[in-house]
Design a protein around this ligand. Structure first.
Ligand code: NAD
Length: 367
């Protein structure tokens, strides 16, 4: 098994170093190779996604990605900006399914902006279609309007579109994921207004016929945005298109309090995946050693589960994270009175220690 390690910019290098430390103590037969991406790659090779980095990502079973971006690159032409690397990887690897779990650990309920009773025990999964919809639909551009409210005026336009196979494959991903959880899928659309999402709803309903053991509900996106803050625990798996998913997954992220805790996975049809924290490169705290590495460590656990077929190792990491939280260790972003503030490295070391303790225990039990 080969893992491409792409730390990127800002806190990316700090948090990925901690995740790599955790992966190493698992003592599993995988090879890790590091390459630059984002601003770091632009500095080193003149492009945010150099050929050699892309080749490494393509050849690997999985990619562990930190984050890219820095305000200093904002003036570069668009194709050279760090964020283009992530779009390029999604496109080149065909990563069409984005998984974003939103889990609220009991120790962190106070960090949510919602009342603790609404989020305590929250465990939902947002599945966002990642390569279609209005973000990629053609044609798009600017032109002079020939009709509409202001003929002759300058206007801009995008195209929302989904093909049957695109909807079918993401629907299958959602129903299969639900089978491993609480067997409920909420498909979010805007079928009352948009042709594309009436089609989405029809196709999801057709695919559902193959999963009679999974409950399917349809919900309009405006209602879903409301329900996520009103009664988030009613959801299990939420599946939706690229744009609605972009917005709802960030909303769901905030239910859990800290973006520093949230992993994500983007998978292709061969289960090859890119795993990254849900947050960005946080240039405001980069280099200070205070970033929370847990989202990246949990992304590594998702990688073991989804792409590397090592569910036991993944569970060991997840248990270790839970254990360091119950020990009261907190990085600055989740710190509160009565807990111990630790640095990025100390948090990584604590997870390594907990994983190691778990490994010893398993060995003792098996022996
Ligand atoms: P951000 O997620 O980097 O930071 C938002 C806030 O959350 C900041 O205050 C930051 O300090 C804090 N934060 C983020 N991660 C944290 C962590 N692990 N521990 C503690 N605090 C954390 O978003 P932004 O500031 O809007 O963007 C910064 C840069 O990141 C931009 O260049 C943006 O384009 C890029 N970005 C990259 C990705 C990616 O690589 N996938 C995603 C989002 C943003």
């Amino acid at each position: 098994m080969k893992i491409a390690i792409l730390p990127g910019d800002g806190i990316g290098t700090e948090i990925v170093a901690e995740a790599v430390k955790v992966l190493k103590v698992l003592d599993l037969p995988f090879e890790m190779e590091t390459a630059p991406v984002g601003g770091a790659a632009y500095e080193a090779a003149g492009h945010p996604l150099p050929e050699s980095t892309l080749a490494l990502a393509k050849a690997a079973d999985a990619v562990l990605f930190g984050a890219v971006g820095d305000w200093k690159y904002d003036t570069l032409e668009r194709r050279l900006r760090p964020e283009q690397a992530i779009l390029g990887l999604r496109r080149e690897l065909g990563l069409f399914a984005n998984f974003r779990p939103a889990i609220c650990y009991p120790e962190l309920t106070h960090a949510s902006s919602l009342k603790p009773e609404l989020v305590a025990g929250l465990d939902i999964l947002i599945i966002r279609e990642l390569t279609g919809d209005i973000y990629f639909g053609q044609p798009r551009g600017r032109r002079t309007a020939v009709d509409g409210h202001f003929p002759g005026a300058e206007e801009a336009f995008d195209t929302m579109r989904y093909s049957r196979p695109e909807i079918e494959r993401i629907a299958h991903v959602a129903f299969q994921a639900a089978r491993k959880r609480n067997r409920k899928v909420t498909s979010v659309d805007k079928a009352n207004v948009l042709e594309t999402f009436q089609f989405w709803k029809d196709v999801v309903t057709e695919v559902h016929a193959q999963y009679p053991d999974v409950e399917l509900e349809h919900m309009y996106v405006d209602n879903a945005a409301m329900q996520l803050v009103k009664a988030p625990k009613k959801f299990d798996v939420v599946v939706t298109g690229n744009m609605f998913g972009d917005i709802l997954s960030d909303e769901a992220a905030m239910l859990t309090g800290s973006i520093g805790m949230l992993p994500s996975a983007s998978l292709n049809a061969a289960n090859q995946g890119l795993y990254e924290p849900s947050h960005g490169s946080a240039p405001d705290i980069a280099g200070k050693g205070i970033a929370n590495p847990l989202a990246t460590i949990l992304s590594a656990a998702m990688m073991l589960k989804f792409s590397l077929n090592q569910p036991e190792a993944a569970a060991r990491i997840e248990a270790a994270v839970q254990s360091v939280l119950s020990q009261g260790l907190r990085t600055a972003d989740i710190h509160s009175e009565g807990t111990r503030k630790v640095s990025t490295r100390e948090m990584g070391d604590a997870v390594v220690a907990a994983v190691t303790a778990g490994v010893t225990m398993t060995k003792t039990i098996k022996g």
